[in-house]
Write a protein that binds this ligand. Structure first.
Ligand SMILES: NC(=O)C1=CN([C@@H]2O[C@H](COP(=O)(O)OP(=O)(O)OC[C@H]3O[C@@H](n4cnc5c(N)ncnc54)[C@H](OP(=O)(O)O)[C@@H]3O)[C@@H](O)[C@H]2O)C=CC1
Ligand SMILES: O=C(CO)COP(=O)(O)O
Length: 332
């Protein structure tokens, strides 16, 4: 009998990861907070709200019962939006047992403080529970469809890294890379969301491939500077969770952050643009969080700063672009 996993967060990504695990024959419990949605998933064997058109594999069981999901598995995979991460851990805490291991795939930082999600785990669950983070260029729909995908797993426990990477790995479709730089892997997933908004904005304004590529390249430099200031290694940002995810989300319209930027560039107001996406747009909050963190660290992030000005202070996007172009010349 293969090890079972409980996935917390039945949105598009939680469901897609549950597909990968259950296809590998791991009994997979997909917990969601909305009992009506869960009942529908149990009846239809499909998450028509977030991942329509994909029939659940046999080993995937949706549940709305938190106690049951916690008791069913040793491996707990949290995939709620980052702003709900702390509440999710607090709800799970009363059911945590000594054998549990925690993995999260939420991309973002703590709202209002810009702290890494590892610090939220430390505050709520302490240091005993083995922990790992998943990040990388992985659109939910392509994973659910079983299309070839690679991801990064980072853990403080080599045992957990090895166990969970084997559980996810599928020789036909899913490749897992290990990276022991927990900080770099988490930070890449948050900052790329901000830059993807910028790439969408640039494209929405009708700027071309040159502008988009400049944003990706200089965005990578900003992400790396911030990460290194926090203790990450610069090499991590050249991997799946850095450059990989940055390129994916800046260049493909499956990205909700990019589509949000496109909508803004085409003239929609922030709230209307978010509403038009219909799923989580992590980068909106991440922009504020990265802004806080960059200030704290004394790290210059001109692209992120201009995106912050557009989203939170109503600066016209064209003015923001001009502010970037007219900066004093500098070395790469
Ligand atoms: N989708 C993707 O391709 C990828 C997503 N990610 C990351 O995964 C995380 C989740 O995103 P994703 O699944 O795409 O988002 P979706 O918008 O598709 O779904 C969000 C899910 O989270 C649930 N949720 C929201 N708030 C809470 C809460 N307080 N407690 C419990 N559940 C909650 C929602 O429930 P309800 O329906 O009731 O609101 C919904 O099921 C994000 O951090 C994202 O960056 C990472 C890689 C790829
Ligand atoms: O993180 C993602 C792919 O790796 C998903 O990106 P979006 O949240 O922009 O859709």
């Amino acid at each position: 009998m293969k090890a079972s996993v409980s996935v917390f967060g039945a949105g598009s990504y939680g469901s897609a990861l549950a597909f990968c695990l259950s296809r590998n024959l791991h009994p997979t419990h997909l917990w969601g907070r909305n009992s009506t949605d869960i009942a529908l998933m149990q009846r239809e064997r499909c998450n028509s709200k977030y991942l329509d058109g994909f029939t659940f594999p046999e080993h995937l069981a949706p549940t709305g019962n938190l106690a049951e999901a916690m008791a069913a598995s040793e491996y707990l995979l949290v995939v709620v939006p980052s702003h709900a991460f702390a509440d999710m851990l607090s709800a799970m805490k009363p059911y945590i047992k000594a054998h549990h291991k925690l993995i999260w795939a939420s991309k973002g930082l703590e709202p209002n403080t810009g702290r890494l999600l590892q610090d939220v785990v430390h505050d709520i669950l302490g240091d005993e529970i083995p922990r790992a983070v998943l990040s990388g260029p992985t659109f939910a729909k392509e994973m659910a469809a079983g299309l070839p995908t690679a991801i990064t797993l980072s853990s403080t426990s080599s045992e957990l890294a090895s166990e969970f990477s084997q559980m996810l790995h599928n020789p036909k479709s899913f490749r897992v890379y290990l990276n022991d730089d927990l900080i770099g892997v988490q930070l890449g997933g948050a900052v790329k969301n901000v830059i993807a908004i910028g790439a969408g904005l640039a494209d929405g304004l009708g700027f071309g491939a040159n502008a988009r590529t400049a944003l990706i390249t200089r965005g990578l430099a900003e992400m790396t500077r911030l990460g290194v200031s926090l203790g990450a290694t610069s090499e991590s940002f050249m991997g799946m969770a850095g450059l990989g995810d940055l390129v994916l989300t800046c260049t493909d319209n499956q990205s909700r952050n990019r589509r949000f930027g496109l909508a803004l560039g085409q003239g929609l107001e922030v709230e209307a643009a978010i509403a038009s996406i219909g799923q989580v747009v992590e980068g909106y909050r991440n922009t504020d969080e990265v802004h806080i963190l960059a200030k704290q660290q004394g790290v210059e992030m001109p692209i992120c700063e201009q995106i912050y000005q557009v989203l939170y202070h109503g600066k016209p996007a064209k003015e923001a672009a001009l502010a970037l172009l007219s900066r004093e010349q500098t070395n790469e």
